[in-house]
Design a binder for this molecule. Structure first.
Ligand SMILES: [Zn+2]
Length: 475
């Protein structure tokens, strides 16, 4: 038996590895649940909930202690791939590899796959795979497995010529914080564990000056693309992302970020605050959770960032950058007609600019594939040159604001893939930039007071995050 002494969160743990290292919690991770071994009857199933929640792993955590105890094995163990830093060890035996290294095969789940099919395709004998899957009962339902998920299947080399490597379990990461692991149980059969990483949620702030692309400026400031795409979506009601973004405009963004205790960022969450300064005019929005639990963005005054109609009714993250050029290769004729053009790759989703009823979805001369939506007695919007319609988008069907109605194409009289967007007021085409858009919800009374508290707290945090020593502080 090899015993490694590891320093985790200030506590010294003596860890005894099973030769199936699959289920050993990594530092900063706590076992939440464990199942009975697969050969025990279901009525004896033990479900141990970690009462410490996300508390760091420690010797005082009963669930963790139980999980580690369960992994005790009398077999010679493999330490070469133990998930702990051997430098922290005071045990000299760790320097002498005593057994061949166990290894993992990583597989991706395809549509129609079952867990047993995946395990068997990795090389697990059917009987062992079934026993391991049985151990999941009460912890994880293998029928919830989805295409695209990854599974790491563990094996221990037999060390003998011609003999098959031994299947020793598997791991399924459920999300950035949680993973399920199945490993051999000391009493025979298999045992399943659920591990949760201890994550530190700390907000991140970034800002920058746009040189030639909003996304490039975001990337230069270290903001993930996903967060920039969310920023674009949050401002799409108010900003025409094809035309309103110019050189020397600015962006600011504060968003949730989860990291391991070692500082590895594992998840970027919602935007809490964002601002765009466009041609000198600053627009700021703040995330606010209403009393009924729904969340929305509001401007400084508590006015919803949503408008009755979106100015950018397309996935703005995929717009072709046009500013800095005198003439866009596709949109060079923008001013010559009554619509607004958004250049984007073919297939880019197009959104309904507002709630409404489809008046027309079909071919319309030079417009090519065309959709018209009636929003109310006053306003309609139209979308042209589409590649195709979303299924279900037919005359008379109802659509919600932001719902995908079709995809960017270049059908009809068009010089390249783009969305031609028209706003029609009382039957007359109008310039969307000149329309004073009816605005959405305005917070009132106690809801407004709650919002103002949130807004001020966010502003304080924004300032505090600018201090380098604060960026490392835990919230
Ligand atoms: Zn056009």
């Amino acid at each position: 038996m090899a015993v490694a002494t590891v320093l985790i969160a200030g506590a010294v743990l003596n860890l005894k590895y099973a030769d199936g290292v699959a289920a050993v919690p990594t530092p900063g991770e706590a076992a939440k649940y464990e199942s009975a071994s697969a050969n025990a009857s279901a009525s004896l199933m033990r479900l141990t909930k970690n009462p410490m929640g996300k508390a760091p792993i420690s010797i005082g955590n009963p669930a963790t202690a139980a999980a580690l105890e369960a992994l005790t094995s009398t077999r010679p163990t493999t330490v070469a791939n133990a998930p702990y830093n051997a430098k922290n060890s005071s045990d000299p035996s760790l320097d002498i590899p005593s057994a061949p290294t166990s290894y993992k095969k990583s597989l991706r789940v395809h549509a129609g796959d079952t867990l047993s099919k995946v395990l068997e395709s990795a090389g697990a004998p059917a009987q062992d795979a079934d026993a391991a899957i049985l151990a999941l009962k009460g912890i994880y339902d293998p029928r919830t497995l989805k295409a695209g998920q990854s599974i790491a299947v563990s094996f221990s080399p037999s060390g003998l010529n011609g003999e098959q490597d031994r299947f020793t379990g598997f791991e399924i990461p459920l999300n950035y914080a949680t993973r399920i692991a199945v490993a051999p149980a000391p009493e025979g059969g298999y045992k399943a564990y659920e591990f949760e990483r201890n994550l530190v949620t700390q907000n991140a702030r970034a800002d920058g000056v746009i040189d030639w692309s909003l996304f490039q400026a975001g990337s230069d400031a270290g903001v993930p693309t996903k967060v920039m795409a969310e920023l674009v979506r949050a401002f799409s009601w108010d900003v025409d992302f094809q035309r309103d973004i110019r050189k020397d405009d600015r962006f600011e963004v504060m968003y949730e970020r989860s990291a391991t205790e070692d500082g590895e960022v594992v998840h970027n969450g919602q935007i809490l605050f964002a601002a765009l300064t466009l041609s000198g005019e600053r627009k700021a929005i703040f995330l606010h959770t209403l009393k009924d639990g729904t969340q929305d963005y509001f401007d400084e005054a508590g006015q919803s960032a949503k408008k009755a109609l979106m100015r950018t009714p397309i996935d703005g993250a995929r717009l072709s950058s046009s500013f800095g050029k005198r003439k866009h290769p596709i949109l060079g004729y923008t001013k010559l007609h009554t619509g607004t053009d958004f250049a984007a790759p073919p297939g880019t989703p197009i959104y309904a600019a507002g709630d409404g009823t489809i008046e027309l979805a079909g071919w319309k001369g030079g417009y090519g594939k065309y959709v018209q939506i009636r929003h109310n007695s006053e306003y309609s919007t139209a979308y042209a040159h589409m590649k195709g319609f979303k299924s279900g988008i037919t005359k008379g069907s109802r659509v919600r604001q932001g719902e995908v109605i079709g995809y960017v194409g270049t059908t009809g009289r068009s010089t390249g893939p783009h969305l031609h967007f028209e706003m029609i007021r009382r039957g007359v085409k109008v310039n969307p930039m000149r329309v004073k858009m009816p605005s959405g919800q305005k917070l009132q009374g106690t809801e407004l007071a709650r919002f103002e508290e949130t807004r001020e707290a966010v502003k304080e945090e924004w300032v505090a995050l600018a201090q380098p020593n604060q960026q490392l502080a835990q919230r």
